[in-house]
Design a binder for this molecule. Structure first.
Ligand SMILES: Cc1cc2nc3c(=O)[nH]c(=O)nc-3n(C[C@H](O)[C@H](O)[C@H](O)COP(=O)(O)OP(=O)(O)OC[C@H]3O[C@@H](n4cnc5c(N)ncnc54)[C@H](O)[C@@H]3O)c2cc1C
Length: 411
């Protein structure tokens, strides 16, 4: 198939408020705008964590890459991310089995678990220091959830995860948390997706990858042996392949509706560096509610609280609700931890995509040849970005990838 598609000509507002990690890191590097015609083996559209990880894998595989982003690098959803790295998906494993089948559900969980370890290896390799292995506590405040939690614990245990059932008493004693039932998992980590994106791209630049920001792709022409991307400045990029890592703006590129957009909120406390109290082992936590509430500690003994998701209608509404939502998140925290001090410092919100099975879309889409998609949606956006980068590298090199079908557009 050949043809040209026209992409949207403006940035969608994806973030509101003051994302902590953006404030903390600022704009650490300058990248040029593309101002001439050029050619490469693979062009990656999108300079968030998905694009950066793909650039890392493709560059390491010896493919000559160009990465372009319409915005300044990292200023899509990635700068809003709270960057919990989890093997646990938005849909519990025992329920996911019913949706996508036992094998695919287990494999999806396992791939995310492996991705946590691989991300840590990769961060060590590039000398990126902002990560921390953490246990993860999935809890319910409803006594009626006993069976649900036991079923989930059993499913995870059978899938090979190191998990422990916790009672209300265990959680009160260990974490001072008011909850009814819980599952403690050994695997998990926290990081800083925004800084990692820059870290990866700096590494890729040294290996010969070219990175351009403020370079919006306006049209794509699909030819038999190449794709030709035209930028807003009318510069042409001819490439053997394209990788689309445009996150929630992918709707500008394909006609298939694959994701529902929500808006999710987060707050972070002031530094509590002088306070002794923190919960045991700095475990990250999230609950069984829909939408779920999640908590974790960050640098300077700060506390991050996130959740209160709502369907996304427009960014004006998000700005309007941000204050109200942040007050609610602070109350949510105080209801769970009555003895902890918490004074909010920053609040922000970001667009968040949900697929019907909580799985990402990775691989090719029949109507856009020579193009691979790296669309890690949902609460596991980052671990899925790594899974996507691996699968796409295999597909692009003509290698078989046993996991590709699970996340394909045709599933
Ligand atoms: C508040 C919040 C908390 C979150 N917490 C977590 C968490 O704890 N753990 C987790 O795993 N995930 C989390 N996520 C999700 C995670 O942040 C996202 O999955 C991830 O950042 C998406 O990265 P991305 O690179 O795919 O998309 P983006 O970061 O949005 O990058 C896509 C890029 O594509 C560019 N682009 C779009 N169109 C074009 C075009 N035409 N031409 C050129 N460039 C274009 C955009 O400018 C953008 O920079 C959270 C998200 C939010 C909002």
């Amino acid at each position: 198939m050949t043809g040209t598609i026209l992409c949207c000509s403006r940035n969608m507002e994806l973030v509101a408020g003051y994302p902590y990690w953006l404030i903390k890191n600022g704009l650490p590097y300058h990248y040029p705008k593309l101002l001439n015609n050029t050619r490469c083996g693979a062009v990656i559209i999108g300079g968030g964590i998905s694009g950066a990880l793909t650039a890392y894998f493709l560059t390491n595989a010896g493919i000559e890459c160009i990465l372009v982003d319409a915005r300044t690098i990292g200023l899509g959803s990635t700068c809003a991310s709270t960057s919990l790295l989890q093997y646990e998906l938005d849909i519990p494993l025992h329920q996911l089995k019913k949706l996508v089948g036992q094998q695919n559900a287990i494999r999806s969980y396992q791939l995310c678990g492996e991705a946590v370890d691989k991300l840590i290896d990769l961060m060590n390799l590039i000398g990126f220091k902002e990560f921390d292995r953490r246990q993860s506590l999935y809890f319910s405040d409803h006594t009626s959830d006993k069976k649900f939690i036991e079923r989930e614990w059993r499913a995870r245990k059978d899938a090979g995860f190191e998990v422990e059932l916790l009672s209300a008493r265990d959680m009160k004693q260990s974490y001072n948390l008011q909850a009814a039932h819980g599952i403690l998992s050994q695997k998990g980590a926290t990081s800083n997706a925004y800084a990692l994106t820059h870290g990866l791209l700096q590494y890729c630049l040294q290996k010969g990858c070219r990175v351009f920001d403020r370079t919006r792709i306006k049209t794509i022409t699909y030819e038999k042996k190449q794709v030709i991307l035209k930028t807003e400045e009318d510069c042409l990029i001819s490439a053997g392949y394209a990788v689309n890592a445009t996150g929630y703006e992918v709707a500008d590129f394909i006609d298939k509706k694959i994701v529902d957009l929500d808006c999710t909120y987060a707050i972070i406390s002031e530094s509590r560096a002088e306070e002794k109290e923190s919960w045991k082992d700095n475990v990250m936590m999230w609950n069984t509610n829909d939408p779920y509430l999640y908590l974790c500690s960050a640098q300077e003994n700060r506390i991050v609280v996130g959740g209160r998701d709502e369907p996304f209608s427009n960014i004006k509404t998000v700005h309007k609700y941000l204050d109200r939502k942040s007050v609610k998140l602070e109350k949510d925290f105080k209801n769970l931890f009555r003895s902890f001090s918490f004074k909010k410092e920053f609040a922000w919100s970001g667009v968040f995509g949900k697929t019907k099975d909580s799985l990402p879309y990775i691989g090719n889409y029949i109507k856009t040849p020579r193009t691979f998609y790296a669309l890690g949606f949902g609460g596991n956006g980052i671990t899925f970005s790594l899974v996507a980068a691996e699968i796409i590298t295999d597909l692009l090199l003509g290698r078989k990838n046993m996991n590709a079908e699970i996340f394909s557009f045709s599933r």
